[in-house]
Design a protein around this ligand. Structure first.
Ligand SMILES: Nc1ncnc2c1ncn2[C@@H]1O[C@H](COP(=O)(O)OP(=O)(O)OP(=O)(O)O)[C@@H](O)[C@H]1O
Length: 339
């Protein structure tokens, strides 16, 4: 099922939370809505589900205007971060709940067979008789997904479903969710404020700020070609340097970095920590190391340029670098915006 939003607007009292958002999610696609807190992600999802009404624009399910489709008939499965399971029901009963209240009548044995099938799909075979308090947080979110999938939704809406879980469990669940989504081919919208999660999971990422879409594209497009300083900063750690563009290049400490399509004049040059190289001598920006932080797969070096600018760069874990060392930084890649 394809979903299309056309110039959707939502205002709460006098506050406009969503400003004319247009968006298309192809059938079977997994799209992440990514943005800082308050950017309107949840409001957009709730409007698609029919839990909130748009006060401008339109939402289409396939070619049909969604306002004409009652919430229960939209065929939407929802999983929220805090969409608690019914605590007094077993895992199996939780999964069966939607089927029992659905307009589509199923026999007891049909429901039991479907519950078994879903338990297998979410890899919780044998746990059907446990209560939610007797399983882990990650397992509970898998039950929540099975419950959402029980009634064969055409669209799956996930609102920070792994938000409350620890980092390692989140990563496992991401891989698992992607596999299930591909297996079922179900159109999915996933809300998150976690860049890594969005980039890992999605076919396409839609970045929101203050109720507006500021960029959308594949993970590769948005990471390699962010269209603004906001997107560049939001997608990950970055350094900001001042530069002067001339003839399609910007000069940084004696090295030229390509600045295609940027008009001559002052520019902000954003450089990710991994796109800087540390050298003891040679051409580059002179810097003094102020701190070294060891991380599992690299060393993060904090350094100061001659003009006092603080810089962060990542070097391989075995690099010999100490606080107080003086060297040079070379820029390998940058995102440049006219200032
Ligand atoms: N029922 C409501 N009444 C008034 N304002 C609301 C209501 N729901 C949301 N808002 C406001 O609309 C804006 C967008 O909220 P929304 O929950 O959609 O953002 P979000 O991007 O999902 O944020 P988060 O990541 O924190 O969940 C916020 O400023 C929020 O305070």
């Amino acid at each position: 099922m394809k979903i299309r939003l056309d110039q959707v607007v939502k205002t709460f009292d006098t506050f406009r939370a969503v400003h004319g958002v247009s968006l298309e999610v192809a059938s079977g696609e997994l799209v992440a809505l990514l943005g800082p807190s308050g950017s309107g992600k949840t409001t957009i999802l709730r409007m698609i589900a029919g839990l909130e009404f748009a006060d401008g624009g339109a939402i289409y399910f396939g070619d049909q205007d969604a306002t004409a489709i009652p919430v229960r008939e939209r065929g939407v499965g929802f999983v929220f971060q805090h969409y608690a399971l019914f605590p007094h029901m077993t895992v199996g009963e939780n999964i069966a709940f939607g089927m029992k209240v659905s307009k589509v009548k199923r026999s007891k044995s049909e429901i039991a067979a479907r519950v078994d099938e879903l338990l297998k799909l979410v890899r919780l075979e044998g746990l059907g008789n446990r209560f939610p308090s007797q399983i882990s947080g990650g397992q509970r979110q898998r039950v929540a997904l099975a419950r959402a999938l029980a009634v064969d939704p055409k669209v799956l809406l996930l609102d920070e479903p792994f938000g409350a879980l620890d980092a390692a469990v989140r990563r496992d669940l991401r891989v698992w969710l992607r596999e299930i989504q591909e297996q079922l081919g179900i159109t999915t919208l996933f809300v998150t404020h976690d860049q890594e999660e969005a980039l890992d999971l999605a076919d396409r990422v839609v970045i929101l700020s203050e109720g507006k879409i500021v960029q959308e594209g594949t993970p590769e497009e948005v990471t390699r070609r962010p269209n603004s300083a906001f997107v560049t900063r939001f997608l990950g750690d970055t350094n900001r340097l001042q530069g002067q563009v001339g003839g399609g290049q910007v000069q940084l400490g004696g090295t030229a970095v390509a600045a295609p399509g940027i008009r001559d004049g002052k520019a902000d040059v954003y450089v990710r920590p991994a796109d800087l190289e540390w050298a003891v001598e040679g051409e580059g920006l002179s810097a003094t190391v102020t701190r070294v932080i060891d991380r599992p797969d690299h060393r993060r070096v904090l350094a100061k340029l001659a003009d006092g600018t603080q810089i962060e760069l990542d070097v391989p874990p075995e690099t010999r670098v100490l606080r107080g060392d003086i060297g040079v930084l070379r820029v390998h890649r940058a995102n440049i915006f006219a200032a």
